[in-house]
Structures are given as C-alpha cells and as structure tokens.
Write a protein that binds this ligand. Structure first.
Ligand code: ATP
Ligand code: MG
Length: 452
C-alpha cells in the first residue's frame, strides 16, 4: 500500500542518524498490531511514528512489552477518535493522548505531536505541533527522544540518543536547567532511568537536576509516589536510590528518613522480591527512620501523605512493626513468640509473612543486623504452631463466650478477660488447647458473678 504521507525534515533525520557515528541500520521489531495502527493513520494522511521508551529499549536489544509501544502522530485527538471509533479510550485527551486497541487487543497510546509544555506549578498545558521534530524536542532525555518509522525503516534521532545509549549517558534534551524547571517530575524520572538503564548522568544534566531538587516540593504527591513505586518495582532499585540520596531528592520527598539509605538498606531492598515493592518500601522506612520513629502510626502517616492507599499503608505499617530483626525474646521464648504473632496478625492478614520476608532479606543482605539461623528458628516455630492449631486469637479457641454463659457467667467484659487468660494459658502450654480441658479450667475459675 502506498502512503499518502509526505515527510518533513527527513533529510535532517537521516543526518541525525549518520551523525551517530555511522551506526549500522538499527534492527527494531515492531509488533504487527502497532504497524497496522501506523498504516491506518498514514493511509489517512497522518504521519505517525513509534516513539519513546520502546524505541530506546529495542535499540538496546530489550524487547519491550507490547503495551509499551507509544505512537506519535500528526492526527489530532479528535481525528484519532473518528478514525478508530469504538476501539478508542479517552486516556488524556487534554494532553493529546487517545488509547487505541490494536488487533492484538492491547491498548496503545496514540499522542498528537506536541510542542512547548507550559507548566503552572503542578499542571502542564500542551500545545500541539505540526512536526515530529518539534515533538521530539520537548521530550525529557535524549535516549527517550528517538522515533522509529517501521515502514521506512528510519530512525529519527536529532538529539544524539543512540550515541548516548551506546555510551550509557543520560542527557537532557536541550538546556537541562530549563527542562527540569518545566517539569520537576523529570528530576525523579532522570534518577530512575539512570538506575534502571545503568547510565551515568551527564555532568551538565546532573547540575541542572540537583538545582531543580527544591522544586520537587511543588509536585503532586501522587506523581511522586508513582515514580517511587516505579523505582521500587525495578530490578535494582538501589542504583536509583543512591542517586535519590546523592541529589538531595530523597531528603526532599522523604524527610522522615533521617538516617538516609545505608548500604545495608540498599542491599536489603535489592534482595526483596521486586514483585512485592511494598515490602521494599517497608524496608526503606525501617532502615531509614530513627529507631524510635518507625512506629506504626508514624509509618502510616508518612504513607498517607504520599497518597498510598489505606490498604497499602496498613500493610506496610504491619510489616514494619516487626522491626529489622526478631527481638531476642521472640527467638528464644515460644510464649513471647505466640503473643507477638497474635499482635502482628491483628494488624493485617499478611503481617506475619511480610515480617518474615523482611527479616530473611535483612539476614541475607545485611548479616550484621540479624542472622539467618535466628530468623529460621522463629519461622519454624510459627510453622509448628500453625500445624498444631495454636490459636492466635480468642476466636480460635475451642471454647467460646456461650460456653461460659452456659456455666453461669453473665455476659460482659469478664468473659472477654477470662477467654484472654485461656488463650495465654494455651500459649504457655499448648497441651491445654482442648475443649474438655479448657471447660474444666473455666469451671475452676471464679466467675465474675456467682452462678444463678
Ligand atoms: P518506561 O515506560 O520504561 O518507564 P518510557 O520512556 O516509556 O519509560 P513513559 O513514561 O512511558 O516513559 O513515557 C513515554 C515517553 O514520553 C518517554 O520516553 C518520553 O519521551 C516522554 N515523556 C514522558 N514523560 C515525560 C516528561 N515528564 N517530560 C518529557 N517527556 C516525557
Ligand atoms: Mg513507557
């Protein structure tokens, strides 16, 4: 099929390519569904390119996930919607982005060429552009500012992104100072990309970034949280976290971490499963807050400020209650362990497992803080208790309040206290955890009021 599209600035694009050291023609595989979207737009006369992260990753030989392919087009959002009709979703029309379902049922972002981003503190307003080149010039880093045209097999690389990728340098497009000031989120994006892509930050870009750190306070907490979450969900968060600390960004967004991120904290965060980034967050707080500061209330308060959901804040709070290592008593004394587990279990269903995961990671990554044997002993004790059906709450006991009432107890707080004492008796001696034995024990107890 012949394209009706005419290309502007193609010569410049070609020059951009040969400028990057006469590199061989890149081999970039674009999913068929993405090619089909581009073809359909171009058949209508709208120039369209694959842009951003997927192009960057493809050039490094990393296969991007299907949904990571983003398209930039001359079509306006209205034109994209008219062309794809019911296969579209309004994602951020005011920013020029329409979601379009490909033939593979993956949702792709199709964004109209943009230039000048006008920022008013938190909000950005974008004006549409006529050319791809204008659009690329407003992107954040050179490695993110490349576009690929699958039909023409052309790489548009006006800012030297390919060379920077080769040299592993993260560099702002244009004047670093201005780019960071336009959108302070780029500070955090830069720290994340440098870590995730294992790149050095170009000195001028670093200076501009550090200078912009105070502006982070103006960002909405949601955007900050989302960035932090992306760092923590990556394969080696420590690389970005070190840069967070060095640039001053960490102290700016998490002033509660008065201890910063120690080598032990970094190693532990890396060892924890990336799929469970909330635990990485918990470890960061446990190491970074002053020992007396990491109370569940303060942890939850900090997380709420960062707009974590209540469920996430509670889960991290519960996991953080365990501290960095099992207290000596818990490792040595079954009664103390059972009371402790019951306490943690009350603040969340996954609290105990989360706590053990953090302790295990600390033992592996920071053996000076705790040792694996100790953690294993506690974990084995907990497993044994579970297998033996040892109750963690009065509700798990084989006797209930109505059994006491049947023995003549009056409903009221006395019954709760009696059940709690039975629970503790079972923790002391698990052999008592039997209905007949406990009923006998109740009979021997002094009821709150004499039987009628
Ligand atoms: P990843 O998805 O792996 O985090 P990405 O590069 O795809 O990385 P996205 O956030 O998906 O990042 O954005 C896609 C592209 O949009 C980027 O590559 C970049 O060109 C541009 N971009 C995104 N956010 C900004 C921003 N705040 N300032 C300038 N350009 C941006
Ligand atoms: Mg992306």
């Amino acid at each position: 099929m012949k394209s009706k599209v005419t290309y502007e600035g193609t010569e410049k694009g070609r020059r951009g390519l040969s400028d990057s050291g006469g590199a061989p023609e890149p081999r970039i595989r674009v999913p068929d569904a993405v090619r089909a979207l581009i073809r359909k737009l171009e058949d209508e006369g709208f120039e369209t390119w694959a842009v951003g992260g997927a192009v960057r990753d493809a050039l490094q030989g990393i296969r991007a996930g299907a949904g990571d392919w983003d398209l930039a087009t001359r079509a306006t959002p209205g034109q994209v919607r008219r062309l794809f009709g019911r296969r579209t979703v309004r994602l951020g029309e005011e920013y020029g982005t329409i979601g379009v379902f490909g033939s593979d049922e993956v949702l792709y972002e199709v964004t109209t060429f943009r230039h000048d981003v006008i920022t008013y503190g938190r909000k950005a307003r974008v004006a549409f552009a006529q050319t791809l080149d204008e659009d690329l010039a407003r992107r954040d880093f050179t490695v993110n500012a490349m576009a690929w045209h699958p039909r023409h097999r052309e790489l548009r690389d006006l800012h030297g992104g390919r060379e920077d990728l080769q040299d592993r340098v993260l560099r702002a497009v244009g004047s670093p100072r201005e780019r960071f000031r336009e959108d302070y989120l780029r500070v955090l994006r830069g720290l994340r990309f440098a870590g995730a892509l294992d790149m050095r930050i170009d000195p001028a870009t670093w200076d501009g970034l550090v200078e912009a750190v105070p502006g982070l306070s103006r960002l909405s907490m949601e955007r900050v949280r989302e960035e932090l979450q992306k760092v923590l969900a990556g394969p080696h968060p420590s690389r970005s976290l070190v840069l967070y600390q060095r640039s001053g960004a960490l102290a700016r967004i998490l002033p509660e971490l008065r201890e910063g991120v120690s080598p032990e904290a970094l190693a532990t965060v890396d060892v924890l499963d990336r799929g469970d980034w909330l635990l990485r967050m918990a470890a960061l707080l446990l190491f970074g807050m002053k020992p007396g500061d990491a109370t569940p209330g303060r942890v939850a308060g900090l997380l709420t400020r960062l707009r974590f959901s209540n469920a996430d804040a509670e889960r991290i709070g519960a996991a953080a209650r365990g501290g960095l290592a099992p207290a000596a008593g818990i490792a040595a004394d079954p009664f103390a362990r059972r009371r402790w587990v019951a306490d943690i279990a009350r603040s969340g269903p996954s609290g105990v497992e989360d706590m053990l995961r953090i302790w295990r990671a600390v033992a592996r990554a920071a053996p000076t803080c705790t040792d694996t044997d100790k953690v294993d002993r506690v974990a084995a004790g907990i497993r044994g208790d579970r297998a033996a059906g040892i109750p963690t709450s009065v509700g798990d006991l084989p006797v209930a309040g109505r059994d006491l009432v049947a023995q003549g107890w009056l409903p009221g707080p006395g019954i709760g206290a009696a059940l709690r004492s039975l629970l503790e008796a079972v923790w002391e001696d698990p052999a008592l955890n039997d209905r007949a034995t406990l009923l006998q024990k109740v009979a021997a107890m002094k009821p709150a009021r004499p039987p009628r």
